[in-house]
Every structure is written in structure tokens, then in C-alpha cells.
Design a protein around this ligand. Sequence first.
Ligand SMILES: [Cu+2]
Length: 490
Amino acid sequence: MKTTQKSKRKLKLVKHLALLIAPMFFVACFNDKKEEAENAAEIPVNQEMIAELTAPPHVPTPVGTRKAKKLIVKMEILEEEGEMTDGVKYVYWTFGGSVPGSFIRTRVGDEVEFHLQNHPDNKLPHNIDLHAVTGPGGGAESSFVAPGHSKVFSFKTLNPGLYVYHCATAPVGMHIANGMYGLILVEPAGGLPKVDKEYYIMQGDFYTKGANGERGLQPFDMQKAVDEHADYVVFNGKVGALTGDNAITAKVGETVRLFVGNGGPNLVSSFHVIGEIFDKVHVEGGDMINENVQTTLIPAGGAAIVEFKVDVPGTFILVDHSIFRAFNKGALAMLKVEGEEDKKVYSGEIRDDIYLPEGPGIQTMPTTDEIVASEVPAKSFEEQMEFGKQAYMQTCFACHQGEGQGIPNAFPPLANSDYLNADVNRAIDIVLNGLTGEITVNGEKYNSVMTRQSLSSDEVANVLTYVYNSWGNNGTVVTKEMVEKVKNKK
Ligand SMILES: [Cu+2]
């Protein structure tokens, strides 16, 4: 702005000196233009465009030479069950239905209008903190959204680079641990140099109640997460997301660019491709380019762009070189390269069969229905306790925890809960219809959302009987009739 005024003043002066000074005027003009381009906040946008979003390992079309635009991003949050590894189920919380979330591709100067949509079937409120945003909370404060709602905010991309986004709703670590992270790329004006293949890979660590490989639906384990004892460390949300038939591919002679992120929540990644050397690494996703790199460090909540030309065919293994994570916890992916051998570059035998998992993995997350517990009515108090415990472990456990102890500042305790013990009809109503607003449990304030639980009257009776007869509560027995009475009052 200042420069423009200055040059206007200059313009007045030169009026009289016409020809002689004319070249100086042009120089001033040129400088003005350069100034404008360097200040990304001033880059004009005059067209609107719906952003292409892609699930990993794919990335949207490069920006190329397009001008800055108003870019509309519509991101839907989905909480859904998926498979961590063979026989192990996990309820993922996702941006766009995949872990990592949908890839967003922008250029510097874009005005991003972000629509964050929380699917009505979800249980929890969420938000988004994009590291590419200049503003409080990276957008988190403006995007906090309850199930069945959509929030809109907008931001201008000021700095080129590869950035992580993640959910920042309390307990933040839990939301990230359940898969709520992804990457947003801000390309410089004119775009990144052209390459032959581009892929999207993101590491994450997972914490499950059972040990690595223990079958069944595995809930999140808060204590292991706090202790940083990961059961799984994986690329793209599950063991084998990028191995065997799901491997990424290239042809001999092609240049491959990997957009690599690390969602954490806890572990940093020593990213390495066995049998390749990175020709170029955009260190930490920024402007600095390092060359001829073997292993690059990707911080939790950080990213890197790595590029290399593939010279010989074979299967190249991508790992976190903290190597037990690769071979024992899942942090292993494959790049399959086809083409002519080049004995000068590499003469030896190349095996591509030793790390194949049994059978092809599932690439997209299955959208299975809610778990419906048994509809058989309990015949005795013991049976009620048994069925109630099952329902508790399937439905309430993830939030209220194994011993009903809850999680400070997020989920109130059910163990020895004065709030619970004071009013059984209120407790029935909470399980049937959910609860929002401030409550006080054992002297601590909570102000969050519990969504309604889809359970039958029998199941509500059983689960509450179990809760009331555990962890020091008052021993109330809840019957199906009591539940129906509360239901019918509505
Ligand atoms: Cu979240």
C-alpha cells in the first residue's frame, strides 16, 4: 500500500521531466508488482472453484499455472468401524471417510472457504486445526461442530508448503489417535515442478485395549496413549494399507513424489525407502530442499515432500526406520517398480515376495452398521449383569473407560458418581436421549455432548444395572419396564 502511494507521488514529479525520467517510472512500476506478489495476503481472487479432495494414497490434480481462487472445501467427518489388521476392528474417526483424511491441494493466495460437516450418525463434536491457517487455533475455534451440523470459516493461504491438519477437540490426543489428521498442500505460484507420479502417505500410531494382533473390536486405550506405548504404527491408517495388491507403483525412469505426513499423536517418523535415495527432500514440508538423503525425520504434526527417480525395477519397502515399528507394528508400505533391469545400477536378485501379507487388504473402510447387541431378555440379575457388561464394553467403554473412571475434562466418571446415584430416571433418560450442557459430577464440571445411544429397552436396563452395581454405585436394579416408562413420557 505504502509503496503505491510513494510511486504515485513519484508519478507527479516525473510529469515535467517526461522522457528522461520515464525509465525510472517503469522500474518503480515493476517493483510495485513484485511487492504485490510477495505479499500473499494481497493476491487477488476472482473466481470460485470446488476443491477436488482425494482419499490416500491419491492426490488431486496439480495447481499448475492457475490463478489464485476462492476454493470451496467440503469435508465430511465420519466415525466408522474399519479393520486395523486381519481380524482386528477399530472405530476410526475420520475427515472424509479415510485415514489419513482427504488430501487438500491449494496454491498460495487461495481463499479457502472451509465447510466442516459432522455427520448426524456421529457420536461426538469435532473441529479442525489446519497448520496452513494463519489465525487462532488454525481454524479450530471457528469450526467446532456437533453431529448433524456444518460449520463454515475461511482463510487465505499465505505460505507455500505441505501442512498437517487435525482435529483439536478435547481430549485432543484421543481424536488424533483415532485417525483425525490429514495433509493440505499449498503450492507456490506456478506450481511445483512436474513429476511422473505423486502419492499421499501418512504415518500414525494407535493404542488398543488388547495387544497387537488381539482379535475383535478393539477400543482406544487412553493409558497406553499417555504412556506412548503404541500397539500399531502404520501408514495410511491400517496394517497393509499399501502392501501387496495395494502397493503404490511406478515405472523405471519415472520420478516419484511422495507427500509424507505424520499424524502422531506421539511418535516421530524416521522415514526411509529401502533401496532408494531421496534425490530431493523438502525438509519439514517447507522451502528448504536437501539433496541425496537416506532417511528424513518427520515430526508428529509435521510433513515432508520427498522425490526420487526410480532407476531399477523391484519392490521398494517404505518404513519408519525405528525398525521394530516396521516389522512388528505395521509401519511398512511398498512401492512396486516395473520396467527394464539395469545391471549397471543394480545387478543382484530382487525379491518381491518376502513381506506379502496373506491376501489383499481392504483399501476403503467398510461402512458397517452399528453393533446390535443380543435381543434376548435377561432371566436373572446375574444375566442382567453379564449382558450389561457386554453392552458397556461395546458402547460406553470408549468414553467412560473400563472401570467407569471417565477422562478428566472430557468424560465424567460413572464410578461412584453422585450425579448417577441421585436419579435413576434421569440416568435412563441420558442413555436413551443423550445429554448436553453443563453438569457437575463429584464436584467437577463437565460441559460436553453425549449423543443418544441406540440400544433397546432391555439393553438400557442391563447396562444401567451393570453400572449401578459396579464401582461403588448404589446397587439400583433397572428393569425394562422402568426404561419404557421414561421412553413413553416423551
Ligand atoms: Cu475430533
